[in-house]
Design a protein around this ligand. Structure first.
Ligand code: ATP
Ligand code: MG
Length: 197
C-alpha cells in the first residue's frame, strides 16, 4: 500500500468513526451483563467499580452466592467510603443443600439490592452472580426485571453470572459472553490470591 493509499484509508476510517461518535448522543444509565463459562465476569465488574470510583461516583454491590472464602476485593472495597455492599450470607448451594434457607438468604439480599436500584444517589449497582438466583428460582425474574426497568434513569448496573436468562439478555444494553478456552484450575493449580480471589 502506498503512503497516499494508506492516508486515504485512514481518512475514510476516521470519517466513519466520527459519524458513529456523533450518532452516539444519548446519555443515560445502562445495564451491562457479563455471562459465559470463562473466567473474568466478576473481576470485570470490579474493574468498572474502579473506574466509577475514579470519578468519585457512588457504588453499591450485592454479591449473591458468596463463597466461604473472603476475596481480595472485599477487603479493598470495605476501605472505600463511596462503596456499600451486601453479601448473601450463604455459600454455594451445593454446600448448604437447603433450598428453603438459600431462598430466604437470596430474598434478603435481593431486598437490599432493590433498595440500591431505587436510590438516586447511587451511580453504579453491581449484582454479582445474580443469574443463578433466577436459574435456581430463588428469586422471581419478573420482579427483578421490573426493579431494573424502574431504576433511576442515570444509574448503571452490572450483572454477572453464567447462563444468563433470555429476560436479562433482552433487557441489558451491553451483553458479553466470556468463553472458557482454558482455566488453570483444570491443570490442578489452586485458586490464586490476586487473580482468582
Ligand atoms: P472472576 O471472579 O475471576 O472474574 P468469574 O466471575 O468469571 O471469575 P465465577 O463463575 O464467578 O467466574 O467463578 C469465580 C471463581 O471461579 C474464580 O476463582 C475463577 O477463577 C474461577 N473460575 C471461573 N471460571 C472458571 C472455569 N472455567 N474453570 C475453573 N474455574 C473457574
Ligand atoms: Mg463471578
Amino acid at each position: 500500500m502506498s503512503d497516499d493509499q494508506y492516508k486515504a484509508r485512514m481518512q475514510r476510517k476516521k470519517a466513519h468513526i466520527d459519524t458513529r461518535i456523533e450518532a452516539a448522543n444519548i446519555d443515560r444509565g445502562i445495564i451491562v451483563l457479563l455471562t459465559g463459562n470463562g473466567k473474568g465476569k466478576s473481576s470485570s465488574a470490579l474493574g468498572m467499580v474502579c473506574r466509577a470510583l475514579g470519578y468519585s461516583m457512588k457504588v453499591a454491590i450485592a454479591k449473591f452466592l458468596k463463597g466461604e472464602q473472603e476475596s481480595g476485593e472485599d477487603v479493598f472495597l470495605a476501605r472505600q467510603p463511596n462503596v456499600q455492599t451486601v453479601f448473601m450470607k450463604t455459600g454455594f448451594t451445593w454446600d448448604t443443600q437447603d433450598k428453603a434457607y438459600d431462598t430466604k438468604m437470596a430474598v434478603e439480599t435481593w431486598e437490599k439490592a432493590q433498595s440500591y436500584l431505587a436510590d438516586e444517589s447511587i451511580d453504579l449497582v453491581v449484582l454479582d452472580e445474580l443469574t443463578y438466583m433466577l436459574n435456581y428460582k430463588y428469586l422471581d425474574q419478573q420482579q427483578i426485571l421490573t426493579a431494573l426497568k424502574n431504576r433511576p434513569v442515570n444509574q448503571h448496573v452490572v450483572i454477572t453470572g453464567r447462563a444468563a436468562s433470555e429476560g436479562l439478555i433482552e433487557l441489558a444494553d451491553t451483553v458479553s459472553e466470556i468463553k472458557d478456552i482454558k482455566h488453570a484450575f483444570s491443570a490442578n493449580i489452586k485458586a490464586q490470591k490476586g487473580i482468582d480471589l
